[in-house]
Each structure stands twice: as structure tokens, then as C-alpha cells.
Design a protein around this ligand. Structure first.
Ligand code: GLN
Length: 278
């Protein structure tokens, strides 16, 4: 019978041969799922022998991961800014840099009583994290995709959030009111990049990724419109593509925004534009 450690080593090399990055960490997550324990708990039971009842379902999961199905879809969950969210093909898999955006917003807007709008909410991780961190605030989350909205509703329920409102809108077309903060991680990938997509990316909804030839189509519509939905002194906070900072800055200037700052992500990429309504 194989031990936990031998199983991890075997699975990691299987995944590595199939070109999976971070193969060992992936393998540990899969085994932890089958054993219904945390990844850390695996380390205290390396010598535990594993029975076929564990190994058979594990082989199924390994096969899926080896075929390029994203780890987050296999686990059905993703950790984001300290909370676990349901994650499947109905929304974009939350990216680690987006957690940085949430962190920056919480620093920039320490007030408690905010009217917040998350446009293109996807799985809901940004707006719902803000709602959880600021229980006295009210957060409206909108998306054009009914699938995404269903996923956001499940995530809101999972975290017992009552200070949120979730409804369908194509950008601002159904939005009413004015806000202290509008946040958006809209699709910003150029369509030409579809050809060079990794296997994992092909599991994200196309609608959540691409936005015209240069990836800027939605941002060009969204930024000028956002100005009209902000209260005086309100903030816009965005996530954008790695080479879009100068175009987005120009668009923000032309739309009347002040105090424009494009904050860098941990890799040093100008990723998160912040701008204020006069
Ligand atoms: N950051 C994502 C990626 O590069 C794209 C997310 C988005 O378009 N908002 O895959």
C-alpha cells in the first residue's frame, strides 16, 4: 500500500510530466480534497497508508487536472482575500492580483458607510469581500451574465451577506443611484490572445476575458459612463491589462477624473487605476 508521501510524490511527477505548473502543490490540494482534510494536515500524516477507496477517486481527479481542468474547478472553491468562494465555469476564476485590488480599496476608503457598485461582478469575489469587510456599507453587484449572477448569489448566501443587492445589468444600463465607490474588473484581454491561451484559461467564460481587438472596448465605454454614477469625491477603482495603463489614464483624464493613480501589482505591473470624481 502506498503512503501519503509516496502518493504525493507519484502524483506530483504525473502532473509535472503533463506540464502542470506547481505540480506538487496541486497534488497536495487534490489529496486533501479526497481525504477531506487541509493541505497542512497532510504533513502530519506522511506515513499513513492509503486504501484503494482513497486512491480510486484521487486517480479521477489527477486525470482531470492532467488534462488541464483548472484546480479551482476541480476543488469547486477558491480562497480569496481570506474567504472561500464557490468557483466553477459560470465565472472567471479569481486571480491572486485581484486580491491586491481589494486590499488597496480597503486602505484607500477606510470609511464604513459606503454605497458601493461592482460592475461585471463575475463570481462576486470583489464586491462580496468588500461587503463582508464593511458590514455597514451597501454593495450592489451587477453582471451581464445570468450564470455569473447565480454564482454570485450562491457566494453571497455562503457568507451570509445581507448588505448586498445582485442584479443583471449590461455595464450601467440598469443601474440607478450614485456611489462612493465603483469597482470593476472587466474583461480586458485582446481577442488576438485567444489563440495563445493556456489550457486552463480556456475554462474561463470567453465573455469574462475578451474585449475587442486591443482589450479596451469595454473600458472605453465604461470609464466615461462611470463618472456620471459617482458622488462628488467618489472613487473609481479598476483592474486592467499589463499594457493598458497609458490608454486608461488618458481615458480617465478625458472623462473628467482627478487624482488619477495607477497602482502597481506585486509583479510591478501598473494594474490598478484609482481615480476620483471632482
Ligand atoms: N487577469 C486575467 C487574465 O489575464 C484576465 C481577467 C480579465 O479580463 N479581467 O487571464
Amino acid at each position: 500500500m502506498k503512503s501519503v508521501l509516496e502518493t504525493i510524490n507519484g502524483g506530483a511527477s504525473y502532473l509535472e510530466k503533463r506540464g502542470i505548473e506547481d505540480a506538487r502543490r496541486n497534488m497536495e490540494h487534490l489529496l486533501a480534497k479526497v481525504l477531506q482534510c487541509s493541505r497542512m494536515q497532510l504533513y502530519t500524516q506522511f506515513d499513513r497508508p492509503l486504501e484503494e477507496v482513497v486512491l480510486a477517486p484521487l486517480r479521477e481527479l489527477l486525470k482531470k487536472r492532467g488534462e488541464g481542468i483548472p484546480l479551482q474547478h476541480i476543488l469547486g472553491e477558491v480562497a480569496f482575500h481570506g474567504r472561500d468562494f464557490i468557483c466553477d465555469g459560470r465565472g472567471l476564476i479569481p486571480r491572486p492580483e485581484t486580491e491586491e485590488l481589494v486590499e488597496m480599496i480597503l486602505k484607500q476608503l477606510p470609511d464604513e458607510n459606503l454605497q458601493i457598485l461592482d460592475v461585471g461582478c463575475g463570481s462576486g469575489v470583489i464586491g462580496l469581500s468588500l461587503a463582508a469587510e464593511k458590514p455597514a456599507s451597501h454593495v450592489i453587484l451587477v453582471d451581464v451574465s445570468e450564470d455569473a449572477l447565480a454564482l454570485t448569489r450562491e457566494n453571497a448566501e455562503k457568507h451570509g451577506l445581507s448588505n448586498v443587492e445582485i442584479s443583471r445589468s449590461d455595464l450601467f444600463d440598469q443601474v440607478r443611484g450614485s456611489f462612493d465607490l465603483i469597482v470593476a474588473n472587466l474583461p480586458y484581454v485582446p481577442e488576438s490572445e485567444a489563440r495563445t491561451m493556456t489550457r486552463e484559461l480556456s475554462h474561463d467564460p470567453t465573455l469574462a476575458l475578451f474585449s475587442g481587438a486591443d482589450g479596451m472596448d469595454l473600458l472605453r465605454r465604461f470609464i466615461p459612463a462611470a463618472y456620471g454614477f459617482l458622488k462628488p469625491g467618489g472613487w473609481l477603482a479598476l483592474e486592467i491589462g499589463y499594457d493598458q495603463a497609458s490608454q486608461v489614464r488618458l481615458c480617465l483624464e478625458e472623462s473628467g477624473f482627478a487624482e488619477i493613480e495607477i497602482k502597481k501589482d506585486l509583479s510591478g505591473i501598473a494594474r490598478f487605476p484609482f481615480a476620483k470624481h471632482h
